[in-house]
Design a protein around this ligand. Structure first.
Ligand code: FMN
Ligand code: SF4
Length: 404
């Protein structure tokens, strides 16, 4: 499916509104590091990659670190099923993203930025490299950027190789270092010990693009969008059963009911918010808001209509996690296989409710005992689909009779 930018939502938009390439860098150099940090903190922006960590906190920790080198890494792995908004930013708005990286570099004191690009996005590599060349020609990259004595910064692009877990920031750093892409133990966090052991900020593509807008238009303007706790707007990659799939920019706080109207969805039964590792929300809860404090998402929205069998949807997700678990820790390596097995047994009618309950307990163990976010969140669809669609899924076993 071709991702579209819905032009009708450009009015009042944050990211999909006019921007002069280089303007956030110019402004940052004018006002200085302290004021940039202040503005980012005031904007209350949280990371757009899914975890929602306050961007200013991350930047302040690296800015304050005493080290010979520091790095800024832009996470363009975009592997969450149903997410394709970073692709649109990189192809249509590379100025916002790369300028955001330069601003970050200046603020934290880094001289090198790395764009970690999803392997499947190799088709955009040449275009992005060309864009970086034009930035160098305009002195937006390189030595003494825009005449600022001593501010040197450049960006290189590195390609991933298709593992979902390499989007996790420590696995990404391992992969950048040429190792097998497996998550590290945390602490230490990348802000202390990141790429090649140096303090590193890892930010999502959309976070860095938003920074360019915050710097040029101000934190107060940014906060006129969204809610008190979820400031600004968000890009949503909408796919599934609707007439207008694509990438939409909407303010945080938009309800699911509003969203399905915008994308022209009919007979919607369920919305998976946050990709495979997110939660599945039934129609009765479509008044919920897309926000960090309610239905949180890195951007993936999948719409399912009445014709879909939710057990099949769940099986698809669990298949994905079995395939993508890196296998380092037991709760995730074994747990996902057990949950998939459970879905298959439900399909065949070979289960008891005490078995289902024990699998729910296993899910909760995975959430707390897995080493990284993959295993901590992979039980989300299992728990939410079995809970929210129990009438459909367990229809054939009203009396709890065991087939096992
Ligand atoms: C399995 C897994 C996959 C992830 N994939 C991505 C990804 O593709 N892009 C991304 O920005 N963050 C991804 N993350 C989150 C990153 O670890 C990290 O929180 C994020 O890049 C930080 O940027 P932000 O603070 O700007 O959101 C993933 C996390 C996990 C656990
Ligand atoms: S939770 Fe899964 S993906 Fe993460 S380290 Fe453990 S096995 Fe690997």
């Amino acid at each position: 499916m071709e991702a579209k930018i819905n032009k009708t939502h450009r009015e009042g938009a944050v990211l999909f509104s006019p921007y002069d390439a280089g303007s956030s860098i110019k402004k940052a150099l004018e006002v200085g590091r302290e004021n940039i940090l202040f503005e980012v903190r005031e904007s209350k922006i949280k990371g757009r990659g899914g975890a929602g960590f306050p961007t200013a906190t991350k930047w302040m920790l690296v800015a304050a670190a005493k080290a010979d080198k520091k790095y800024i890494v832009c996470n363009a792995d975009e592997g969450e099923p149903g997410t394709f908004k970073d692709r649109v930013l990189l192809t249509e708005y590379p100025d916002l993203v790369f300028d955001g990286m330069v601003v970050a570099g200046y603020t934290i004191g880094a001289e090198i930025g790395i764009l970690y690009l999803r392997g499947e996005y190799i088709f955009m590599l040449e275009q992005l490299e060309d864009y970086l060349i034009s930035m160098r020609q305009n002195n937006l990259l390189g030595k003494n950027i825009l005449g600022k004595e001593g501010f040197n910064f450049d960006i290189s692009i590195r390609l991933g190789s298709g593992a979902y877990v390499c989007g996790e920031e420590t696995a990404l750093i391992e992969s950048l270092e040429g190792h097998r892409g497996e998550p590290r133990n945390r602490p230490p966090y990348p802000v202390n010990t990141g790429y090649m052991g140096y303090p590193t900020v890892v930010n999502n593509v959309e976070t860095l693009a938003s920074i360019s807008k915050i710097i040029t238009k101000g934190a107060d303007w940014f906060k006129t969008h969204g809610t008190e706790k979820s400031t600004g707007s968000k890009l949503f990659s909408v796919s599934g059963d609707c007439k207008k799939p694509g990438v939409y920019e909407l303010p945080w706080g938009t309800t699911l009911n509003e969203l399905i109207k915008i994308v022209d969805a009919e007979n919607t039964k369920a919305i998976q918010v946050g990709g495979a590792s997110g939660v599945c929300i039934p129609k009765s809860q479509f008044d919920r808001q897309l926000s960090y404090e309610d239905a949180s998402t890195g951007g993936s929205i999948m719409i399912f209509n009445e014709s879909r069998k939710m057990l099949h949807v769940l099986k698809n997700f669990m298949d994905f996690f079995v395939e993508e678990s890196c296998g380092q820790c037991t709760p995730c390596r074994i747990g996902n296989v057990k949950l998939l097995e459970c879905v298959e047994r439900i399909e065949k009618g070979e289960y008891t409710f005490s078995y289902i309950n024990s699998m729910k307990d296993l899910s909760r163990t995975m959430q707390v005992a897995s080493k990284c976010g993959l295993g901590q969140s992979s039980p989300n669809p299992f728990l939410s689909i079995l809970e929210n669609f129990k009438d459909e899924i367990f229809r054939s076993k009203e009396n709890g009779v065991s087939h096992a």
